[in-house]
Design a protein around this ligand. Structure first.
Ligand SMILES: Cc1cc2nc3c(=O)[nH]c(=O)nc-3n(C[C@H](O)[C@H](O)[C@H](O)COP(=O)(O)OP(=O)(O)OC[C@H]3O[C@@H](n4cnc5c(N)ncnc54)[C@H](O)[C@@H]3O)c2cc1C
Length: 371
């Protein structure tokens, strides 16, 4: 067996990388084991929002956790830049949710009112906007946009630069990233864990299962139930153009380089990652309805990727009761939560247990008996 570490992190996407980087900040020696290019990789196919305003309806603790992450993001991103020279292109200009029908506006207004109650009016910061307010923030709106909301805590970043920065930060702090290392087995030992891959074995005092959809299979090896499932999303990318949209919306945003990203489709398609023309047409049509100037831009790329979902949409964070020292971290907002994962959750894993407030994210919430 080679390469003993304080912590072996399984996965190599945004969740695993943020935790691994955070663990090295906490003084742990870390080895990251990542599968290959055939794996499902949400982290390389997402939209790049750091989003707060709609998160936590039904679970106030999740609203607070998301907000904490957004509050940590500026320092997190600045630290990554100073340690690695990689700019994540994080901007916290606020974010817009846009509504294109009376019905959508009504249901969104109800959500914003509920979220006010969740956060407390003084803290929440988001507000409903009419068309004229929106037009001032995002000039060039189409006539169908009737209103929406804005939050100062929302922002966006380049997920690919974020991933690169996290890997560079991990390695700069002595962590080891091993690609093409699919984990086949995790064997609990009297002390620690033996993790077996296609390319040899590694020992860890602790092991963190952060392999996205791969966690479903890995969990039972250490007594963990991890019921995550795929939800497909497609994204279109336009050619680059001059700056037009200074803040992100939930389905159109302009990147630092000038491309527009168009997205936010949701499809139950199992593990199928093919792009479908009908969905692409719907995404493009809605984007043009919202910002008619987009009709003049060519689409240069598109892809589909699989979200890592749970039944209630909230994260699953757990430590195995059968094999303490085996942790798992899963979520569908790995960009948004990267700040909290690196700066708040990783230190808990380093200390050997999640703080009590994280118990709201335990999978035990799905095991409540019906009476
Ligand atoms: C279309 C789309 C849009 C999205 N938009 C946003 C957004 O705007 N904001 C936001 O916050 N989030 C967004 N997300 C979600 C975000 O991308 C995910 O929450 C995040 O990427 C999940 O990261 P992950 O590391 O858990 O999973 P993944 O990125 O899927 O990574 C899993 C990793 O585990 C590895 N792996 C799997 N099995 C094994 C094994 N047995 N051994 C070793 N390694 C293994 C794989 O190689 C892979 O690298 C979006 C997702 C999609 C699909």
């Amino acid at each position: 067996m080679s390469g003993g570490s304080d912590v072996v992190v399984i996965g190599g996407g945004l969740v695993a990388s943020a935790l691994a980087y955070g663990l090295t900040r906490d003084g742990c020696s870390v080895t990251v084991l990542d599968e290959g290019d055939v794996a499902y990789r949400a982290s390389r196919g997402n939209f790049g929002l750091v989003w707060v305003q709609s998160k936590g309806d039904g679970l106030p603790g999740y609203a607070r956790w998301t907000r904490l992450s957004a509050d940590l993001w500026p320092d997190f991103s600045a630290d990554l830049l100073s340690e690695t020279g990689v700019e994540t292109n994080y901007h916290k200009a606020g974010g817009l949710h846009l509504c294109l029908s009376e019905e959508a506006m009504e249901s969104h207004a109800a959500l914003i009112h509920r979220m006010h109650n969740v956060h407390g009016a003084a803290d929440y910061g988001a507000k409903l906007l009419d068309r004229a307010d929106l037009e001032a923030l995002a000039p060039g709106l189409g006539p169908d946009v009737i209103g929406g909301s804005w939050s100062p805590h929302d922002g966006h970043a380049s997920p690919l630069y974020l991933l690169r920065a996290l890997h560079a930060g991990l390695e700069a702090r002595g962590g080891v990233y091993r690609p093409k290392s699919r984990v086949k087995a995790i064997v609990p030992l009297a002390s620690g864990f033996r993790v077996e891959t296609d390319r040899g074995e590694v020992h860890g005092d602790k092991v963190v299962l952060a392999a996205g959809l791969g966690n479903r299979v890995l969990g039972p090896m250490v007594g963990l139930d991890i019921p995550v499932w795929p939800l497909k999303g497609q994204i279109l990318v336009t050619e680059r153009t001059g700056p037009r949209l200074s803040l992100p919306t939930t389905f159109v945003r302009q990147t630092e380089e000038g491309s527009f990203l168009l997205g936010d489709s949701h499809e139950h398609a199992g593990f199928d990652t093919t792009s479908r023309a009908g969905i692409m047409a719907d995404i493009a049509a809605r984007a043009i309805r919202t910002f008619p100037y987009l009709k003049d831009l060519r689409v240069v790329r598109s892809w589909a990727a699989l979200r890592v979902m749970t039944d209630d949409g909230f994260p699953i964070y757990d430590q195995s009761e059968t094999y303490p020292g085996a942790f798992t971290v899963n979520c569908h907002s790995g960009v948004t939560l990267a700040g909290a994962h690196a700066m708040a959750l990783a230190p808990m894993i380093a200390r050997g247990r999640f703080d009590e407030e994280m118990s709201m994210f335990s999978v035990r919430r799905f095991h409540v008996q019906a009476h």
